[in-house]
Design a protein around this ligand. Structure first.
Ligand code: SAH
Length: 342
């Protein structure tokens, strides 16, 4: 009964079953996804009668804006949204010259257990529905009055652990009758679930894949990411290569720099050996320390050295600009501080 998660086809089917004309489906779909209507009341070209019926049988999902924090440095906004079942998720809005980006959550909590990540500390609560991912975007677009141009699935959750809903979300947000976001402007980030990467490669979607690498050897990766016990680096990188072959989209590798753990020149050398000759881009992220763990951010000089080494070897690597440093930066921290207050 989750009308915001329905494709145009599913809407047609549903209206037909209600004894309505099929063309109504497109109108309804456009109200929901193109105009992001907040209520049935706004849907002026749909009969009052049908609107009333829909209101009762298919309540439109709305997220409750519980908290918004805005950075005084760069205007980044962190949103904490309430879901109908009382759970909360966070999303981030970032302003860039090339358009606004939103980072969304794909699950409530996460069960991947990455050592430096705040989102996983309490485990997985549940998957998000396509509508609950969409609404993070629509609610922010409504709140800011500005269009969202880029979406990154880098908030709380592992997208490949909620595969079907994530793919459905991508199809909805990029649909021609809906928000019309370009598939190329969506990045799906994964800790490296091999089956998911291979499946996504065959969906015929032009989305960017980002792999959370964080270490260049299996041993070191295991210390940071439990998922490395399940898949070797070779298996994960082969899957990324397959993704590139199928989609011709350059894969991004995320590498969070943790002081004294994975940030010295030897690590950079190993990373270079690993990605040499691949068509990829390395995103170096100064780790965002969380209070539950004692990982520290690498020194600026160390980060620069690491990046320079890769660049000299001909590898494209950039350091991610930290956005919203003054507003509880790391993934999952806003949600946690909210839960701890209750
Ligand atoms: N589960 C997916 C997407 C969500 S995490 C994934 O693992 O890719 C998005 C990115 O933020 C990942 O690269 C993740 O490793 C990184 N990340 C998580 N916590 C971080 C922290 N405290 N500092 C820096 N990067 C972090």
């Amino acid at each position: 009964m989750d009308i915001k998660s329905m494709s145009l086809k599913e809407l047609e089917e549903m209206l037909k079953n209600m004894g309505e004309k099929a063309f109504r489906a497109k109108q309804l779909y456009q109200w929901i996804h193109e105009k992001q209507a907040a209520s049935y009341e706004e849907m002026s070209n749909i009969s009052l009668d049908l609107r009333k019926k829909l209101e009762i049988e298919f309540p439109l999902l709305r997220l409750k804006k519980i908290q918004v924090k805005e950075s005084a440095i760069d205007g980044t906004r962190k949103y904490l949204f309430g879901l109908p079942d009382g759970n909360v998720v966070e999303s981030v809005w970032m302003k860039y010259h090339h358009g606004n980006s939103v980072c969304i959550s794909t699950q409530v909590g996460c069960r991947m257990g990455c050592r430096f990540c705040a989102s996983t500390l309490d485990g997985l609560e549940r998957n998000l529905l396509p509508s609950e991912m969409l609404e993070q975007i629509y609610a922010i677009a409504r709140d800011t009055g500005e269009r969202v141009a880029n979406i990154v699935l880098m908030g709380t959750g592992e997208p490949m652990d909620n595969y079907d809903n994530v793919v459905k979300f991508v199809r909805l947000i990029t649909s021609f009758e809906g928000y019309k976001l370009s598939q190329r402007n969506i990045t799906i980030s994964t800790c490296g679930i091999v089956e998911g990467i291979r499946r996504l490669a065959k969906e015929e979607l032009a989305v960017t894949l980002a792999l959370s690498l964080h270490a260049a050897t299996d041993e070191k990766r295991k210390q940071l990411m439990p998922v490395a016990y399940k898949y070797t680096l070779k298996e994960v990188l082969d899957a990324c290569e397959y993704y590139f072959q199928q989609t011709k989209r350059r894969v991004s590798f995320e590498y969070s720099l943790v002081a004294g753990v994975n940030d010295n020149l030897e690590d950079a050398r190993e990373l270079w050996q690993l990605v040499k000759g691949k068509n990829c881009h390395i995103n170096l992220i100064p780790v965002n320390p969380i209070k539950e763990r004692d990982f520290k951010q690498s020194e600026k000089k160390q980060i620069q050295q690491f990046k320079d080494f890769l660049n000299q070897k001909g590898v494209t690597a950039t350091v991610r600009r930290e956005m919203g440093r003054d507003i509880d930066g790391a993934c999952g921290q806003l949600r946690r501080s909210h839960m701890n207050k209750q």
